[in-house]
Every structure is written in C-alpha cells, then in structure tokens.
Design a protein around this ligand. Structure first.
Ligand SMILES: CC(C)(COP(=O)(O)OP(=O)(O)OC[C@H]1O[C@@H](n2cnc3c(N)ncnc32)[C@H](O)[C@@H]1OP(=O)(O)O)[C@@H](O)C(=O)NCCC(=O)NCCS
Length: 206
C-alpha cells in the first residue's frame, strides 16, 4: 500500500471543503503568544537549512527536500506558500529570538476529506523533555478547531520510537503500515495513526 494516507476517507460537503480552504488561506500563526510559530517565508531558507541539516532533525522525515541545500529549502518554502494559497498546506517556523530556528511544522490538508497531517521537528537540545508532546497536543487541537478538520492522520518510520510514544500517548489509533515516497523518489516504510475530532475532544477537554 503506497502513500495511501489518510486510511479513513469520508467525503464532506462542498460548503465544508470551502470553509477548510478559506481557513488555511487565512492562517498566519500556529499557537499564540511569543512562542507561536509563524508562516515561513523565502528569506527563512538559510536559517531553516541550518536547523534541518542535523540528521537528528531531518533523518526521520520523508517529506523534506533531498538533498538539503539552500535552494531546495527555499523551493520547499515557496511550494508551501503555493499550497497555502490553494488551502492545502502550511509551513511554520519557530524562532529562538536571535534569528535561529528551533522548530518547524509542516501541515498537509485534504479539504475534501476534512483531514490533515502534521509533520515537524524540534531542535535536538529540546528533545525528550515533554515539549514535543505538549506542542503536538496543542497543534492537533488547533488543527481541529482553526482548520475545521474531522480527522488527523500521522505517519512515522518503524524505528521512530519517540513519535510512536507521542502519538500512542495522545490517543491516536494505529492504522497499519504504508510505503512513503521521499522527495528523491526513494521509499521507506511508515506506520500510520489516525484520530477523529470526536475521539480527540473526548480525551482532550481543553
Ligand atoms: C518527534 C519529536 C518532535 C518528539 O519531541 P520530544 O520533545 O523529543 O518528545 P517528548 O519529550 O514529548 O517525548 C515523547 C515520548 O517519546 C519518549 N522519548 C523521547 N525521546 C526518546 C528517545 N530518544 N528514545 C525513546 N523514547 C523517547 C518520551 O519518553 C515520551 O514517551 P512517554 O510519554 O511514553 O514517556 C522530536 O523527537 C523530534 O523533533 N524528532 C526529530 C524529527 C521527527 O522525528 N519528527 C517526527 C516525524 S514527522
């Protein structure tokens, strides 16, 4: 089964599709306050490349450009600006206040299924302190509310234990395995998780 996410595909009415596209087009930040992530712009390419260049950041993520160069990262950013204009994708960066990037979030949206996927990474100095789980939990609630989604679908490589624990711990349901295609055409196995809006808010009453 190749690149078949989301596994659950429920068509939604055109009014909902339009509401989702409009929401994606209008978004500028993920989260609130000084820690909020902002949309990435083309001028972020050097700082984003510096952040992504650490294998502890990029190795587990199949959607990143390969090879990682300033030009490929700039193209990745401009492609996401085009995806936002179509209401189908968002790329956010989180800064450290000194011009460095310490995190990024890549959201893909399938408006006709009211479904979305979140990928991203934190700077390795921030790993294993509960920040990824807290940030992901906030982001999933935001995706359901701000983007009007009904389903969030996630993938992780079979060896990416922190992400397995994060998704299992937040109440996602395992949905099997797919083959993911990297941007250079190579493939890898991915485990798939999903959670519905109803199941998410039954468990996360924030
Ligand atoms: C995935 C990522 C965002 C998780 O963030 P984090 O802040 O390190 O995660 P947390 O501290 O919230 O830990 C999540 C769970 O993983 C566990 N964990 C963290 N680091 C671990 C490690 N090195 N080995 C095994 N388990 C680990 C934690 O104990 C926790 O499990 P628990 O809740 O059952 O105790 C972060 O590791 C990262 O940026 N990784 C590189 C990119 C990536 O893999 N992105 C996800 C794929 S899109």
């Amino acid at each position: 089964m190749a690149d078949s996410i989301p596994v659950t595909r429920i068509e939604v009415p055109m009014s909902r599709i339009n509401a989702i596209r409009d929401a994606v087009c209008g978004v500028t930040h993920l989260g609130e306050g000084p820690d909020a992530s902002r949309l990435a712009g083309a001028s972020d390419a050097p700082a984003l490349l510096a952040f992504l260049s650490d294998p502890a950041v990029h190795a587990p993520i199949y959607t990143l450009p390969r090879p990682l160069t300033e030009a490929s990262v700039e193209a990745f950013i401009t492609d996401h600006i085009a995806q936002r204009a179509e209401g189908e994708g968002l790329l956010f960066v989180r800064e450290d206040g000194e011009g460095g990037i310490v995190g990024y979030t890549d959201i893909q949206v399938w408006p006709h299924w009211a479904a979305g996927e979140l990928g991203g990474a934190l700077h390795p100095s921030l790993h294993n302190q509960g920040r990824g789980t807290a940030g992901a939990g906030m982001s999933f609630s935001w995706m359901f509310r701000a983007l009007h989604l009904d389903l969030i679908c996630e993938t992780a490589s079979p060896e990416n234990v922190p992400t397995h624990r994060l998704l299992d711990g937040l109440g996602f349901e395992r949905k099997g395995e797919v083959t993911s295609t990297r941007t250079d055409g190579t493939t890898r196995a991915s485990l798939v998780w999903e959670v519905t809006r109803a199941d998410w808010f039954a468990r996360h009453k924030d």
